[in-house]
Design a protein around this ligand. Structure first.
Ligand code: ZN
Length: 717
């Protein structure tokens, strides 16, 4: 049985669409690719009755509890609870965002992806090809010929090995005006294309010349390892020392992290990312086995880069030169990490702080290099020293407080006051109450004042922020600089918007578990279904501002995990949920639907579909405006979703138990069985609380259809 097959309402999209929707594409890919083959490439699988098993790649174990079920095209680990289809597997294993997974698997399955503007995509591919051709050319300049000797000498002097040169595709731009230009034109690229790629600069009088001349070339790659830009370091004296490709349609330097394509796995595995400033620092660290090291492009890290990194780890260590530690731009970046990763929490405050613990905080630490040395110097002289420096990195708040304390004369009244007031913006950004208390205590101890005095000053400062004074009046300039508060902070205490209550009534069940399964459609256009996942996601999309904080509180109350991406198994729904999280992260002014639609074609189409569904669903349920109904619908939908998954996992576990070979394996599975049964009981118990107050009936069935005009309302059958 396909336990995650959502089908309660049939929700037909108009058959006049000829292009395949993402939904159809995904189904098609699943049909064509064999789950055992796909997963078998990553995990050695052993046949065991009707299923396959192996050691789980997502948690460490000695006896296999990772199972693959070819009949349902699914997989499940009974040890850590992970499970899903090939999309979820590849997404987790490769740490790639959904659109990339979709492209990867579509290619493998030979399923063409719907392309909105093929000419645009062609142009993009062409640009990538051009960069690849340029990278190969630069590298052959470096490796062969007399001209490349300068670059080879430079790399040798910096102890860069041949292996590293190849791994980072280092190259050399010859000293001349049209060397690359001629080479690329010979490969069939036009002058316009080369200029557009930023590799040549157009002359006013016509023609163009190479941007990179007599430089060591460091290719900049995207997360999939495709070359999208270049950095060029001057050999010998001259300015600028580093020259980068300009922004192009494939290179947005505010969104790219140098080295992430090679570092992402280690970052996730070690749950730590180390940020350095230079390309050579990254290259040097990787060569010596420190593979969680990356660099932001440019002088200061951006919010986009922080969000990208936070998918892999929320533990940031900044490795700073002693003199860079004094540079304002660096500190802006350091503080930005906390700001950026705290924004999500600011939008979803909860009474218990449960959600905040899981999602709000980043650990940001500072590792200061010895005076006069940069990370590369340290790494070359003594890699163990580097390891120690990173291990002993100081939490940023401690560092800031230490630095501030050192700047004032704490023996004087005014020195104390200045020190405390300088610490306030930092204290105010600490969301976790325990940490906040800890640091208030530290500031008080350093200034030798009472904690209550620091608290009072902090309270006053924060009231000022809320009144909006703090926003217009930037805090006193200081080092490290205090950033103006994020506008979202001003609204933290605002109550969620209330809906007008339209009279108490008992709404029939909004989610139903005796599912009328849609029969597979053989036409090229498959019907899209609204299942529990889609229903839940649609409502969340429509009301996320007030539903998400409420939902997480409610789940905390039930002692269940917060609402998270693993609640979804369908790849499109997962991708959409990820976008929703990013949106809450960004807290943009832009409407949510527009924001999500902008992310990717496939997701954009899906969001509009769910949006329309949720709106129509609500329009046809006038009593639904009552907030409590909406809330109950959402929590019960979620609990039912989890319960369904638990039940399906139990069934799979029974199959696995029958096929278990050794007593040891059987014991392990028995333990999982016990845990899973407990979990199922807990869910059932939680669910019954709502059912009792709701008087569910499970017999209702709803069907829905939609015409191109979207005119046919949903109805209870
Ligand atoms: Zn596992």
């Amino acid at each position: 049985m396909v336990y995650n097959d959502p089908a309660t309402f049939m929700f037909r999209s108009t058959p006049t669409h000829h292009a395949m929707t993402s939904y159809s594409v995904i189904q098609e890919i699943k049909d064509r690719l064999d789950v055992v083959t796909v997963i078998g490439r990553y995990v050695p699988l052993q046949k065991s009755g009707n299923s396959y098993k192996g050691l789980c790649p997502f948690h460490s174990e000695k006896t296999p509890s990772f199972h693959v079920f070819p009949h349902t095209n699914t997989w499940k680990c009974f040890g850590c609870g992970a499970g899903g289809d090939i999309f979820t597997f590849v997404e987790k294993r490769e740490n790639l965002p959904f659109p990339d997974v979709l492209r990867m698997l579509a290619k493998e399955a030979g399923v063409p992806l719907r392309e909105v503007r093929p000419e645009e995509r062609d142009a993009r591919q062409r640009l990538l090809d051009l960069h690849q051709a340029a990278a190969s050319y630069f590298q052959s300049n470096l490796l062969t010929g007399a001209a490349g000797k300068r670059a080879r000498d430079y790399l040798a002097q910096r102890d860069i090995t041949q292996e590293t040169i190849e791994r980072f595709q280092l190259g050399y731009a010859l000293d001349g005006w049209e060397r690359l230009l001629n080479h690329l034109q010979g490969k069939g690229f036009s002058l316009e294309e080369i200029v557009k790629a930023g590799l040549a600069i157009a002359r006013d009088a016509g023609g163009a010349y190479d941007r990179f001349r007599n430089r060591l070339i460091i290719p900049i790659r995207d997360i999939q390892g495709r070359v999208i830009a270049f950095g060029g370091r001057i050999l010998g004296e001259g300015e600028p020392k580093y020259l980068n490709s300009p922004q192009t349609s494939i290179f947005d330097k505010s969104q790219v992290i140098f080295g992430l394509d090679m570092a992402r796995r280690t970052i996730r595995a070690s749950d730590q990312v180390v940020l350095v400033e230079g390309y050579m620092d990254v290259i040097s660290a990787h060569q010596r086995g420190f593979k969680n090291v990356v660099a932001a492009m440019g002088t200061s890290i951006t919010a986009g880069q922080i969000r990208l990194l936070s998918r892999y780890s929320r533990n940031f260590v900044f490795a700073l030169d002693a003199d860079a530690a004094g540079a304002r731009a660096t500190w802006r970046g350091v503080m930005l990490v906390q700001e950026t990763l705290a924004e999500r929490g600011a939008l979803t405050p909860t009474a218990s702080g449960f959600r905040a613990e899981r999602r709000m905080f980043a650990d940001v630490s500072i590792a200061i290099m010895p005076e006069g040395q940069d990370p590369d110097d340290v790494l070359r002289q003594d890699p163990e020293r580097w390891r120690t420096l990173i291990e002993n990195a100081v939490p940023v708040v401690d560092y800031i407080i230490q630095q501030a304390a050192a700047r004032f004369d704490l023996a004087t009244a005014s020195g104390k006051a200045q020190f405390v007031s300088e610490a306030l913006p930092t204290l105010s950004k600490i969301g976790d109450p325990i940490q906040r208390r800890h640091y208030i205590g530290r500031v008080a101890a350093l200034a030798r004042v009472r904690e209550t005095d620091v608290e009072a000053a902090l309270g006053q400062y924060e009231r000022g922020l809320r009144l909006g004074e703090g926003r217009r009046k930037p805090p006193a300039p200081a080092l490290p600089p205090a950033l103006p508060p994020h506008p979202a902070l001003a609204d933290v205490d605002a109550p969620p918007p209330e809906r007008v209550l339209a009279g108490a009534s008992e709404e029939p069940p909004l989610w139903l578990d005796d599912v009328s399964r849609a029969t597979p459609d053989v036409s090229e256009q498959r019907p899209r279904r609204i299942g529990p996942e889609e229903h839940l996601l649609g409502l969340i999309l429509l009301h996320h501002e007030r539903l998400l904080p409420w939902l997480d509180d409610e789940l905390a109350h039930l002692e269940l995990d917060p609402f998270y991406i693993e609640d979804f198994t369908d790849p499109l729904n997962r991708a959409l949920f990820q976008s929703l999280e990013d949106y809450i992260f960004d807290a943009p002014e832009e409407p949510l639907a527009d924001y999500i639609a902008r992310q990717d074609d496939a997701i954009g189409e899906h969001v509009h579909f769910l949006w329309r569904y949720a709106q129509e669903f609500e329009e046809t349920k006038p009593r639904y405006v009552q907030e409590s109904h909406l809330q109950r619908d959402v929590i019960t939908s979620l609990l039912r979703l989890r319960l369904e998954k638990a039940k399906a996992a139990l069934q799979q576990l029974e199959v696995a138990l029958q096929e278990a070979m050794s007593p040891e394996e059987r014991r392990g599975l028995d333990r999982h069985l016990f845990e899973l049964l407990q979990f199922r009981n807990k869910l059932e118990k939680s669910l019954s609380r709502y059912s009792q107050t709701m008087h569910w009936t499970h017999s209702r069935r709803a069907t829905a259809s939609i015409s191109p005009q979207g005119a046919t309302p949903l109805s209870d059958a």
